[in-house]
Design a binder for this molecule. Structure first.
Ligand code: ATP
Ligand code: MG
Ligand code: MG
Ligand code: MG
Length: 569
């Protein structure tokens, strides 16, 4: 590919509305452009990466014995009514009526359509087990689309569905899919963890999520420091020994973020009586010196405008518990998870400690619209915020009985479920069994966020110059940067020959043939994260050499022009 015939579309400035590094770099490297909230156009460089992720997923699915097909995005409401989800799914499901007054949904997932297909096409136990998959656009009207393609309203998912006549058979396929997912994330070179998960609205019993570890992750996962045990926080909480700490005296209950501008407004919202001389501890997430999210705390008296507090600089406090003990009212304002910019004030938290017991606080999670009552304060504020104020804190005994729990942030990139008969029963999907009776099938479903993986990979692979692609998903294998080609009589031929030679050797090559200054070209190739750059310059040509630069290590290697293709491939 010649840059002169390509859309590089790189940007010098970091777009101000992009909060996390992957979103910033996907825009700057010319991978995506926003069309509307949660809706993106994939530019050629982005699409190349997306397709590579897709193909790795495909190869591992095929290897595991799954069969590819393609179902429509538009799904008739009847099927959703049959499964019962038309009423359950809520506003994330995009619904519409056609000109004939028939109702449809834009598929956020495809259990209904696949179950309908299988009940019509698969009639006998002899055709089972079977695993079918697709790579398809999904539509979800996310309450808060953000972080670019990480949480989009339209995104690419690989979803697979398996059908069986026994739980043992389902379990065998589930294990095979689990293994296939591990293969996928290993091939993608990502630091990931499979974790035990809740089954949520999809239903079923056994479930694992796959998380790519990243500070910007919206989920918190807990894992043992002494075994393979790992769970998302909700699940770890459900399984953790209850004696570890006193249970919340009230049920944890989520309620919407209050729309408060000042500390007094927050107090009013929570029914906290304003009394004189009361100190308020403000704790909020903010970038620390390294630009990572940390905690900042200060004790204030009287009322304050929350927006003004954000402009000030406060000392980083690792364990604000001591300060918390002193204060009577605690207000914590969480930065948007993953935010590297100024402190976001979208998630104010206030904790009423007017009673002398350290329990029964009202608090907000480090998440929009999630606040809880009945919190115990008998532990570290930091842990609360890190763990989204759930009941698990770092250092708790692991529910597996071995070691203690560590808590990290993760990006959910995959999710697999043993569904059982939830859909097949509701939709009467049965086959003739060996004994000649109609038997309801048992099902599994297996999703991977293909487009989200692109962003997650960048979260783990970047530096101040841009993206550093893991080789298997890089948009190009190598870039050729001829310096001042247009002023040289030697370089054009050499560059062209190397370009043709590398292509013939099977490499995907980006040939920067623009009339740009070398610095501009280098910057663009680094921003785009091409794993290797071949630099052709007049000076080295005298010795018949070109320079090969490794994007990840920065290493530079001088290689002979005549053997360059051989050496690189
Ligand atoms: P999340 O908890 O992030 O909202 P989910 O649990 O709703 O995700 P699933 O229904 O399990 O998602 O879908 C399977 C996979 O699809 C997820 O593991 C994730 O990788 C991806 N995914 C889900 N929602 C989105 C989205 N809005 N944008 C991009 N990818 C998504
Ligand atoms: Mg979701
Ligand atoms: Mg989830
Ligand atoms: Mg999920």
């Amino acid at each position: 590919m010649r840059t002169s015939q390509y859309i590089l579309a790189t940007l010098k400035e970091t777009p101000s509305d992009a909060e996390i590094v992957s979103h910033q770099l996907m825009l700057r490297a010319g991978m995506i452009r926003r069309v509307a909230s949660g809706l993106y156009t994939w530019l050629p460089s982005g699409l190349r990466v997306l397709r590579k992720v897709e193909n790795i997923v495909r190869e591992e699915m095929d290897k595991a014995g799954a069969i590819e097909m393609l179902m429509p995005v538009i799904q008739p409401a009847d099927l959703w009514e049959e499964s019962g989800r038309w009423d359950q799914f809520g506003p994330e499901l995009v619904r519409f009526t056609d000109r004939h007054n028939r109702t449809f949904a834009l598929g956020p997932t495809h259990e209904e359509v696949i179950t309908d297909f299988v009940r019509k096409e698969i009639n006998s136990y002899k055709q089972l087990p079977i695993t079918l998959y697709q790579v398809q656009t999904k539509v979800r009207d996310e309450r808060r689309p953000r972080f670019g393609v990480m949480r989009a309203r339209e995104f690419t998912m690989k979803d697979a569905y398996s059908f069986h006549l026994s739980d043992e058979c389902l379990d065998a396929t589930y294990q095979a899919m689990h293994k296939a997912y591990c293969n996928i994330f290993e091939r993608l070179n990502l630091d990931y963890r499979p974790v035990i998960a809740d089954t949520g609205s999809i239903g079923g019993s056994v479930s694992h999520e796959f998380h790519v570890l990243a500070e910007s992750g919206e989920d918190a996962i807990a894992f043992s420091d002494a075994s393979d045990y790992a769970a998302n926080i909700e699940k770890a909480e459900a399984l953790a020994p209850s004696e570890a700490r006193p249970a919340p005296s009230k049920e944890l209950k989520a309620f919407p973020t209050p729309d408060a501008k000042t500390i007094d407004e927050l107090k009013k919202h929570y029914g906290v009586k304003p009394h004189r001389g009361v100190k308020t501890l403000i704790v909020y997430g903010a970038p620390n010196e390294e630009g990572q999210r940390g905690l900042v705390a200060l004790v204030v008296r009287g009322d304050h405008d929350l927006n003004e507090l954000k402009a000030e600089k406060h000392p980083l406090v690792d364990a604000p518990l001591e300060m918390a003990k002193e204060a009577d009212i605690i207000a914590a304002v969480g930065a948007k998870p993953g935010s590297l910019g100024p402190v976001g004030l979208s998630m104010p938290i206030i904790i009423d400690r007017t009673a002398n017991v350290m329990a029964d606080f009202v608090a907000g999670a480090n998440k929009d619209d999630e606040h809880y009552s009945g919190i115990n304060w008998d532990r570290d504020v930091t842990d609360y915020l890190v763990a989204d104020l759930r009941n698990i804190v770092e250092g708790d005994a692991s529910p597996c009985g071995q070691g203690n729990l560590q808590i990290k942030r993760g990006i959910e990139v995959g999710h697999i479920f043993q569904l059982g008969t939830k859909y097949s029963e509701a939709m009467k999907a049965g086959v003739l069994s060996e004994t000649g009776k109609n038997q309801i099938m048992t099902m599994g479903c297996y999703g991977i966020g293909v487009s989200r993986i692109v962003a997650a990979a960048i979260e783990q692979n970047n530096d101040q110059y841009g993206i550093i692609w893991p080789q298997p998903i890089a948009p190009f294998d190598i870039a050729i940067v001829p310096m001042n080609m247009h002023k040289s009589h030697r370089i054009p031929d050499i560059a062209n020959n190397l370009y043709e030679g590398l292509k013939a050797a099977g490499l995907e090559v980006l040939f920067d043939d623009r009339k740009e200054r070398p610095g501009v070209m280098f910057n663009d190739m680094e921003l785009l994260g091409v794993p290797f750059t071949l630099v052709i310059g007049e000076r080295n040509l005298d010795e018949n050499k070109v320079e090969l630069k490794n994007r990840r290590t920065g290493e530079k290697l001088m290689i002979d022009i005549d053997t360059a293709v051989e050496a690189i491939k």
